[in-house]
Design a protein around this ligand. Structure first.
Ligand code: 26W
Length: 814
């Protein structure tokens, strides 16, 4: 659009002036950020409109990805990159004395997700647009994202994440597209012309207002939409309460109770809690989303009976599973279809991804709550359950046990995973092993009944954000070596293997890692005043804090290594910097104690001069997408040490690999497929297999106490948690000690010796610099498979039957 710097400069200065009434000299970094964001918006506005027009006119199948979380992070940098102007604008801004990176840092992270599931949804959006697929996101516009984590006295403290306080530069409020969502009240029916007609009286009506965010494809003119819904009062309801009854305070209270629906993201990661507000959020999302989809569909297409051919609705875990009864409700009560017609359409429209097998994460809602909050939805679920159970009965006559284990409603609960399986045409796991566990274990009865529905789609990450954007030096080296094709076809990264024996290339790789580590070390120094050794191994464990992810195992090994180093200051070891980051759910006591343990180790170790800086421990506050973008490029070692069978896939493992870090990990989730790609020599695998773990579980676990009794080293180590040798009250870590010694549900002690050995292997491998660089190269070269472009192509072909739509070359701004 801008032919030269002059034109760019004029537009930028004009934007500053019209938006902020300021000259360049007066403008703050935030002013400059917003001005630049508006320029990006204008740049893509035409393409956005044209993309929607194309989709409407061509009538291709549309896909809607429903998710309670979209962890999109910052958009300015990624948008500039996808538009294809980043380096040029960066240069031009520099000529104006402006550092683009600084402007990017002005943008608050959109932290509308907890962890893997939410970030996956964001990576998927990027791939959908980049592959020119007509696929859109549908979510909630939380006023507060995931809490901001501060570390105070070594403990996690939560602060509200008021990410919208200065507004969001990317959203467009579409008030004319608002829809109404109904809660509570009573439902009654009457027969009219031989048909049952349902009426919903005394319901509380909530206005769902959409905010659209553009999702820009990589240099292809496709601009898809992420639609986020916000809850507001229906104006008349508010006025009625406030003025007609003269009860202003009550009216304001009412307003807050409605708006609370989209107020805050629940900070639970893999732990289900039956909160009414959460159920409201789920229904709010699916009802608003489906109403707007049906409305748009009817505008363009003749018969609603074609709905399933033209629309796929993907539900990201069970959180949006009420899309099933809600679509039934809309098709029957509003479109006048029969039960059977509605059912045919619904079960051919919805596809479901499962993201976890942890029993405590499986959602089940008490019947009472659902019945009173969503009376019509509950009626439909009840009928579905009745029909499904009688269907089962005819297949498995007399097999009560099996039928009870599969029922949608059982023991006074609605089992959301069962609802999702029955009401969808596709059910996928997120890594090979996870899908196999679903088929053979967690959902084996369902797999027996519906074998054709189950399939695997191994997760992926967008290589554009996680390599091209996060690690520009590495991206440049790759492009200069093998051409930019890898950006479009990430599997092409494998051609890098031809440099496996090229000393100059390996050297260049090494240099880039070194620079990234130095940059990171400088950032740490500026922010925390801690000095870390850029030539030490950066050993990184970043993810949500959870017992199954075993940060505790890593911490124990750090404690042991430190103790050994104290005893023998001349211990041969490559200096290491242990880097942790991650949030614990606010109510997850044990996870919070693990944070305290790590910060305590950091306080002791970082201040002990007798170990000559051979070890440092960092716990970085407030893990977020932006922080992650700084960490992955600087990592040497990727900790992926979950108890085998527990991590459905993991996606951090892929981000590390793509940035040339070497994995130390268990045979769990996608680690298995990473191992398959890079082979034994380029990854360090240790520990129990999923089969072994599951065998233990089936036989009542193992007896950790006996292990501790027979292992002096382990006993001594564990004693250090509770014998007063750490500078905390003596009982501080008793709960951690007890959890290990009494049950050790996640096999920390059982796997400990193997883990220590694997870590020693890492130390040994790192000493051989050229061998290590080859390992890094192998990881980068084999990371193409883990691009979400591959994953999304598989969804598009195998599940959605969606085809790319070419928009043409219209990225033209004004
Ligand atoms: C209802 C409480 C709750 C909230 C979130 C239960 C479960 C969840 C998510 C399913 C947890 C989650 O994020 N799972 C992660 O999904 C990633 C993307 O597929 C996987 O890579 C991770 O292994 C899995 O833990």
């Amino acid at each position: 659009m801008f032919t030269d710097w002059q034109a760019f400069r004029a537009a930028f200065l004009n934007q500053l002036q019209s938006m902020h009434g300021k000259s360049l000299e007066e403008a703050s970094p935030e002013d400059k950020y917003t001005a630049l964001a508006v320029m990006v918006r204008e740049y893509i506005s035409n393409a956005w409109v044209q993309t929607n027009k194309h989709y409407e006119n061509k009538g291709e199948k549309q896909v809607y990805y429903f998710s309670i979380e979209f962890l999109i992070g910052r958009l300015l940098g990624a948008n500039l990159l996808n538009i294809g102007v980043r380096s040029e604008w960066e240069k031009w801004l520099a000529e104006l004395g402006i550092d683009l990176n600084q402007l990017e840092n002005e943008e608050p992270d959109a932290g509308l997700g907890n962890g893997g599931l939410g970030r996956l949804a964001a990576c998927f959006l990027d791939s959908m647009a980049s592959l020119q697929l007509p696929c859109h996101g549908c979510g909630i516009r939380y006023k507060y994202g995931l809490f901001e984590q501060k570390i105070l006295d070594g403990y996690q403290v939560e602060h509200p994440d008021n990410w919208l306080k200065n507004g969001c530069m990317w959203e467009i409020r579409k008030f004319d597209k608002a829809v109404q969502v109904k809660f509570g009240g009573t439902v009654w029916s009457e027969e009219k012309n031989g048909k049952l007609v349902f009426h919903h009286d005394n319901a509380q009506t909530v206005l769902a207002v959409p905010y659209d965010i553009p999702v820009i494809g990589y240099q292809n003119s496709t601009v898809n939409t992420l639609r986020l819904w916000s809850a507001e009062t229906v104006q008349e309801d508010f006025d009625l309460l406030a003025f007609n009854q003269g009860n202003y305070v009550k009216a304001v209270e009412y307003k807050y109770s409605i708006e609370s629906i989209s107020e805050i993201l629940y900070p639970d990661d893999s732990h289900y809690e039956g909160r009414v507000l959460r159920l409201k959020q789920q229904y709010f999302l699916v009802s608003a989303g489906l109403q707007s989809i049906v409305r748009r569909f009817k505008k363009k297409h003749g018969s609603i009976l074609d709905f399933a051919e033209k629309i796929s609705i993907h539900i990201n875990d069970t959180h949006p599973a009420m899309a099933i009864p809600e679509l039934m409700r809309i098709l029957m009560d509003e479109e006048g279809l029969s039960w059977n017609e509605a059912w045919q359409i619904t079960k051919n429209t919805i596809a479901y991804t499962n993201h976890t097998i942890l029993p405590e994460a499986l959602e089940k809602w008490p019947v009472d709550i659902m019945k009173s909050l969503l009376p019509r939805i509950f009626m439909i679920i009840e009928e579905l359950n009745k029909q499904f159970c009688s269907h089962l009965w005819s297949h498995y006559p007399g097999d009560w046990q099996r039928i009870a284990s599969m029922a949608i409603i059982a023991d006074n609960y609605v089992h959301m995973a069962h609802l999702a399986v029955v009401g969808s045409y596709s059910i996928n796991g997120v890594a090979k092993i996870h899908t196999n566990i679903l088929k053979q274990d967690v959902m084996k009865n369902f797999y027996h009944f519906y074998p054709y529905k189950f399939n695997n789609k191994t997760n992926g990450i967008t290589h554009r954000r996680w390599l091209l954007k996060a690690n520009p030096d590495l991206a440049r080296l790759i492009t200069n070596s093998i051409s930019p094709s890898w950006i479009y076809y990430p599997q092409y990264l494998s051609t890098l293997l031809r440099y496996s024996e090229d000393a100059a290339f390996l050297e260049a790789l090494d240099k880039i890692k070194e620079t990234n580590k130095m940059n990171f070390a400088n950032w740490v120094h500026n922010k925390y005043g801690i000095t870390i050794d850029g030539s030490s191994i950066f050993d990184v464990h970043v993810k949500r804090i959870h017992a199954y992810k075993r940060q505790l195992m890593n911490a124990l090994r750090i404690l042991e290594l430190y103790t050994r180093l104290k005893e023998n200051p001349n211990l041969e070891m490559v200096p290491r910097t242990f880097i942790f980051a991650g949030k614990a759910a606010p109510g997850y006591f044990l996870a919070k104690r693990v944070i305290k343990l790590i910060t305590t180790l950091a306080a002791v170790i970082n201040n002990d001069s007798t170990i000559q800086g051979k070890m440092k421990v960092l716990f970085l506050e407030n893990y977020s997408v932006s922080l992650a973008e700084m960490i992955f490029p600087a990592a040497d070692v990727s900790e992926q040490i979950s108890t085998a069978s527990k991590e459905a896939s993991g996606t951090g493992n892929m981000k590390f690999m793509m940035n040339g870090a070497v994995t130390i990990g268990t045979l769990d989730g996608a680690n298995i497929e990473i191992h398959e790609e890079v082979g034994d020599d380029n990854i360090v695998i240790f520990g129990l297999t999923a089969k072994e773990v599951m065998n233990y579980y089936q036989n009542g676990g193992y007896r950790p106490w006996e292990l501790v009794q027979s292992d002096t080293r382990l006993r001594k180590l564990l004693d250090q948690l509770v014998n007063g040798s750490l500078p905390v009250p003596r009982e501080e870590f008793r709960v951690l000690y007890d959890s290990l010694v009494n049950s050790d549900e996640f096999f920390v002690l059982k796997d400990y010796a193997a883990y220590v050995e694997a870590q020693e292997k890492i130390d040994m491998l790192y000493r051989d610099n050229s061998r290590w660089n080859k390992m890094c190269l192998s990881n980068i070269a084999h990371s193409g498979k883990f691009s979400s472009d591959r994953t999304i192509s598989e969804y598009a072909i195998g599940i959605w039957k969606a085809k790319p739509v070419v928009i043409g070359d219209i990225l033209e701004p004004y």
